[in-house]
Write a protein that binds this ligand. Structure first.
Ligand code: ADP
Ligand code: MG
Length: 370
């Protein structure tokens, strides 16, 4: 079992100026002079695992961030990709909110991984792999099921005996194809917008979490006291895609009392996330306040835990948004210091059998020594 520390991979994606921004005469305030470095304004420079140019394609972002994680997920690790940044910076575009309705090239990370998962399922012989999808939203510290608007039961966040987070009472849908995975993404996206007065309204104030659970089953032959029998194995791992709420602070002038309350709630989620990041990167801190908000409870394993994680910090190139971009990059630079200790998930039976096997080996060694 590997308990080596692995850094949270942090990448920056600067989106291009949109046609209407160009028309309005907006200018870019960014310079990306190497694949790892970004310069904002005249002097602020930052280094990250990777900085994508505004013209970087969805495929390039996928190949660097998610493709290697899919291999890890199939090996049995839980993996997480999350997008962070101000509203309008390209978080939803990157994660995958746009799919079949747009051109092939515009598909985000989820539609791309969906396709690769099913290619792998057909390639891998001797194992049965099944996929279940859940899609949730945290809005004003309340969990909503984006695949089940009836919401008969409260969704619960609990911990298993190993301290890992489990979500209960949410709808999980089995998928037999990439197209089904994408349909669920679109269904959730439609539910995310119910009640929103504009497209960005809800998504800028809520966190969306799309989870693909991969269950692999296989069996092998074992010899037991000269008798042959088959032993069944199960390996379950999760792929999380988290589209976080907009990182911008409230513009006080624009806020009604209700909006102000909402913004305190969102920012409580993101500021709690910030506190978790601080605690994880401060050697003197002994307590990490995961329990203080729903998003930090859900991301517990992804930050400082057993999962493998990539953070995609999205920023807008325009000089009009320079302050927000700088804030987001500072946040990302702190997150880049977090180290995880990835561990493969194993079912209790496999763990027990491995323990027994090593015990037998030890006993045999002792026996032969006598
Ligand atoms: P967010 O989810 O961060 O609020 P969106 O993903 O909705 O932002 O993106 C805002 C707008 O910018 C959308 O119209 C989207 O199509 C466009 N956009 C974002 N990233 C890119 C990109 N890399 N290339 C082209 N257009 C982009
Ligand atoms: Mg969005």
């Amino acid at each position: 079992m590997s308990t080596q520390e692995v850094k949270v991979k942090v990448v920056v994606r600067a989106r291009p100026l949109l046609p209407k921004e160009k028309l309005a005469g907006e200018q870019s305030c960014l310079k990306i002079d190497s694949p790892n470095r970004i310069v904002v304004g005249r002097k602020e420079s930052y280094n990250f695992d990777r900085v994508f140019l505004p013209r970087a394609t969805q495929q390039e972002v996928y190949d660097y961030t998610v493709k290697p994680l899919l291999i890890k997920c199939l090996e049995g690790y839980n993996v997480t990709v999350f997008s962070y940044g101000p509203t309008g910076s390209g978080k939803t575009y990157t994660i995958g909110g746009y799919s079949s309705t747009q051109g092939e090239d515009e598909r985000g990370l989820i539609p791309r991984v969906a396709e690769d998962i099913f290619i792998k399922i057909n390639e891998i012989k001797g194992r049965k792999i099944s996929i279940k999808i859940s899609y949730l939203e945290i809005y004003k510290e309340e969990l909503r099921d984006l695949l089940d608007s009836s919401m008969v039961k409260d969704i619960l966040i609990q911990e298993d005996d190993k301290g890992s987070t489990i979500i209960k009472n949410n709808k999980e849908v089995s998928c037999k194809s990439a197209a089904e995975m994408v349909n669920l993404l679109e269904e959730g996206e439609r539910n995310r917008q119910i009640g929103a007065t504009s497209l960005n309204e809800m998504s800028s104030r809520s966190h969306a979490i799309y989870i693909a659970t991969l269950t692999q089953t296989w069996s092998n032959q074992i010899l037991n006291d000269g008798d042959e029998s088959r032993m069944e194995h199960t390996l379950e791992s999760k792929f999380h895609f988290v589209d976080l709420a907009g990182s911008e602070g409230p513009r006080k002038m624009e806020l009604s009392a209700e909006k102000m309350k909402e913004s305190i709630f969102i920012n409580s989620g993101l500021s709690r996330l910030s506190k978790v990041i601080t605690a994880l990167t401060d050697k003197n801190s002994s307590h990490v306040p995961y329990r203080d908000s729903k998003i930090t409870r859900i991301l517990k394993d992804s930050l400082g835990g057993k999962a493998q994680t990539v953070m995609i910090c999205c920023i807008n190139s325009s000089s009009k948004n320079m302050d927000e971009s700088l804030k987001a990059l500072n946040y990302a630079a702190r997150a880049a210091k977090i180290k995880n200790k990835p561990v493969i998930n194993k079912d209790a039976r496999t763990v027990k059998i491995e323990e027994m096997e090593s015990e037998i080996k030890l006993l045999k060694e002792k026996l032969f020594k006598q």
